[in-house]
Design a protein around this ligand. Structure first.
Ligand code: HEM
Ligand code: HEM
Length: 204
């Protein structure tokens, strides 16, 4: 209803917001470097971009380690348990109500499921990316095990390439959901990872 009063609460702490910004930036740079290197093909510039791609990968590994630590020791809404909302997922599937108005503070339950799946995709990209760094560039922590082992290249390259599509899919879905929640449900949503505040309609 237009003009309905909103209540607000501080939900996302500064550490979580900084981790979100750093990990989001690292992921955007990973996408950008891989796209640009693919266009430049077998040039020295492409080789430099692939090296940069791996450095962004190390930055993401640090960011993910930080997110995991914060998921274990951080405040309530940053905890890993906040992602696991299977009762709400089951109810949404049964009632076929997926794009519902956010209620209560913290992650929207369905968004929490998508974030969990996304983190698993990113971890798989990290593992296959570290393997490729050892095989293609002879660097990184897996070099002892896989260094220049071209025989096993396809094993890591195909899943790495395929999972990139999921990253695209997530970014488009995430940004679209933030905008659509704001326009359909009339509450500010996107700013929560900047200010830390979430807004909800007050029940009359
Ligand atoms: C490449 C870009 C981005 C990626 C990969 C990304 C990824 C994520 C992830 C993984 C989460 C879950 C947070 C957690 O760990 O608890 C999240 C939540 C969130 N992100 Fe992003 N994000 C991106 C860009 C943005 C942008 C540009 C905004 C808008 C300022 C934004 C706003 C939010 C908000 C508000 C939430 C919490 C939503 C909720 O309460 O469920 N994100 N994002
Ligand atoms: C958002 C995450 C990521 C995306 C979207 C992404 C995307 C891509 C794409 C599209 C390719 C080209 C694959 C092909 O030629 O078939 C690639 C290659 C590669 N990626 Fe990633 N990647 C990501 C994360 C990582 C991470 C975390 C690392 C390592 C720490 C990494 C290391 C590599 C390496 C070493 C290659 C091969 C480069 C070469 O040919 O020298 N990637 N990546």
């Amino acid at each position: 209803m237009a003009g309905q009063a909103l209540s607000r609460a501080k939900v996302y702490d500064p550490v979580l917001r900084i981790l979100h910004a750093c990990n989001g930036l690292a992921i955007l740079l990973l996408v950008a470097t891989s796209l640009a290197a693919a266009v430049l093909e077998f040039t020295p510039e492409a080789a430099t971009l692939w090296r940069l791609h791996v450095w962004c990968g190390y930055a993401l590994a640090l960011g993910l380690a930080g997110r995991l630590a914060w998921g274990l020791y951080g405040p309530e809404h940053a905890r890993l348990g906040a992602f696991w909302q299977w009762r709400a997922w089951w109810a949404a599937l049964r009632e076929r109500r997926l794009f519902t108005e956010p209620e209560g503070f913290g992650h929207h339950p369905l968004a929490a499921g998508v974030y969990l799946a996304f983190y698993l995709v990113i971890l798989a990209l990290l593992a296959t990316g570290l393997a490729l760094a050892a095989i293609e560039q002879g660097r990184g922590p897996l070099v002892e095990w896989l260094g220049h082992d071209v025989a096993s290249k396809a094993l890591f390259k195909r899943p790495h390439d395929l999972l990139e599509e999921f990253v695209w899919g997530f970014i488009v879905l995430h940004l679209a959901a933030l905008v659509l929640h704001e326009s359909h449900h009339g509450v500010p949503v996107a700013q929560a990872m900047v200010s830390g505040y979430q807004y909800r309609k007050e029940k009359s």
